[in-house]
Design a binder for this molecule. Structure first.
Ligand code: NAD
Length: 480
């Protein structure tokens, strides 16, 4: 076990403007470590007034950055990527604050670095256009940054999710105002500081604090030209409503409810391994986590056997301990919700197989396999977001496909099969934005990632992830 002091970060400023900490006017927030349930830091948060100041600073910095050469912008982004790859202290903070295992925290930082590298390269493809499409006229299309972009993020990936918004924003020539989650303040603030150490002053300004107050201040300011949000569907919907009234464009990356379908020709060891990653990665707190598992009746018994064995082998414990393969959930309330979900399914007739219980006092939920849960309750229809696998069987594929559309979520889907081409065809029938055939982690910076319906609006990653940060001005000039 790693030795820990009680308080790791005291009196951290939750407001960072022009590359420096500022005294925020908001309440002091206590950061509690999920592995112990004890405080590890305090953050002084900001208010709407701080949020307004952040826009002033960003708008001032924007003028120089938008005209900074693309190679220079790319070099800054690559330097941030380099720092992220070397930031082992930040990986430890991510693990302690979120509860994810240390190696997952390091992988998150590596992924964040890949986003900065990818968008550094993509910035070189931004070109103006000249079109001759009407006799006597020439059209010039000038492409530039949309302006100040507001970035709001959740707790479960406190570095890589901000990175996949902030990297394309900076590559496009935008300046950023950033509000991290109150459940990942230490990690997200340390990430912001790391970025600032390479960025020209004022391009990234961070204000931690009350979501509605800070978002409201940004939506009231006409200089904020884009609101880029990741979080739950309920919060996203309320923000999108306010943004609609303000006519501020949004990108919304919201909750998921991914089906995971095991076909009878699948290699069952591979399928069980794939599910273990798709379900239990990040302690089950991933928007693309396998949520509703369907196994074909013919292979049900063998698959469940393999899965139960793997769940029993998970080692819950301190995220900093190298032997740990499952950490705690983020808050006491989340643990209570998950225990309640399992109890409700159990009393409705499902069979529950428990994994090991952690020998620690933090917010641990033992990993669980719930077989044959009822499909008519919220436990099956809503996002689980924790280390609990819900598995049903089917004989006709129509059943899992129809079930996937009983809510309007459409983020991710998975198929396990011996016939990859058939799996890809089946995946195309699911109304989701991203999927894997025998693959548990389909997302990578080079491809677009975005949900449909209640799972969101727009994309991150790939070229589509850059486009919301751009604006175009078209000018017609006489041309003989
Ligand atoms: P959340 O919606 O509770 O919070 C997200 C952010 O919104 C936080 O910064 C929070 O402070 C802020 N916020 C909360 N209420 C607000 C309000 N009324 N007005 C303005 N801001 C407000 O989400 P969470 O619990 O941090 O994250 C988990 C959720 O995020 C899950 O549903 C998960 O699926 C989703 N998620 C989606 C993706 C994706 O890419 N689609 C990625 C990660 C997480």
């Amino acid at each position: 076990m790693t030795e820990k002091g009680p308080i790791m970060h005291d009196d951290i400023s939750g407001v960072r403007l022009s590359g420096r900490p500022h005294a925020g006017d908001g309440p002091r927030y206590e950061v509690v470590e999920p592995a112990t349930g004890r405080p590890i830091g305090h953050v002084a948060t900001g208010t709407g007034r701080d949020a307004a100041r952040a826009v002033d600073v960003a708008a001032a910095a924007l003028e120089e950055w938008r005209t900074t050469s693309v190679p220079r912008r790319g070099a800054v982004l690559r330097a941030i990527a380099g720092r992220l790859r070397a930031a082992s202290g930040l990986a430890e903070t991510v693990a302690r604050e979120t509860g994810k295992c240390r190696r997952e925290a390091s992988a998150e930082l590596a992924l964040a670095a890949d986003y900065f590298d990818w968008y550094a390269g993509l910035a070189h493809t931004l070109t103006d256009q000249v079109l001759s499409v009407r006799p006597g006229l020439r059209h010039h299309v000038r492409t530039g940054p949309i302006g100040v972009a507001a970035v709001l993020t959740p707790w479960n990936f406190p570095v890589s999710i901000p990175a996949r918004k902030i990297a394309p924003a900076l590559a496009a020539g935008c300046a950023v105002v950033f509000k991290p989650s109150e459940l990942s303040l230490l990690a997200s603030l340390a990430f912001a500081e790391l970025c600032e150490s390479e960025l020209p002053e004022g391009l990234l300004n961070t204000v931690a604090g009350d979501g509605p107050e800070i978002t409201g201040a940004w939506l009231d300011d006409r200089r904020v030209r884009l609101l880029h949000f990741t979080g739950s569907t309920a919060v996203g919907r309320s923000i999108a409503r306010a943004a609609g009234a303000a006519l501020t464009p949004v990108v919304m990356e919201l909750g998921g409810r991914a089906p995971f379908i095991v076909l009878p020709d699948a290699d069952l060891d591979d399928a069980a391994d794939t599910l273990m990653v798709a379900k239990f990665r990040n302690n089950g707190a991933s928007c693309i986590a396998a949520n509703n598992v369907w196994v074909h009746e013919e292979v049900r018994a063998e698959f469940l056997n393999r899965l139960a064995g793997r769940i029993s082998a998970l080692v819950p414990g301190d995220p900093l301990d190298e032997r740990t393969t499952l950490g705690p959930v983020r808050t006491h309330e989340m643990a209570a919700r998950l225990e309640g979900l399992i109890a409700a399914l159990d009393s409705a007739g499902a069979r529950v197989h428990w994994g090991r219980r952690a020998e620690a006092s933090g917010w641990y939920v033992p990993p669980a396999l719930v077989v044959d849960p009822a499909t008519d309750g919220p436990e099956w229809r809503e996002e689980v977001f924790g280390p609990v696998a819900l598995v049903r069987s089917f004989t006709d594929l129509k059943e899992p496909i129809a079930d996937a559309s009983t809510t309007a979520h459409g983020l991710a889907g998975y198929i396990c099969t011996g016939d990859a081409a058939a799996g890809a065809k089946l995946l195309a029938r699911l109304d989701v934005g991203i999927g894997g055939v025998n693959v548990a982690t389909p997302a990578t910076p080079e491809i677009p990632f975005g949900g449909r319906g209640d799972s969101g609006i727009g994309y991150e990653g790939g070229l589509p992830g850059l486009l919301p940060f751009l604006t175009h001005q078209s000018t017609a000039v006489p041309h003989p």
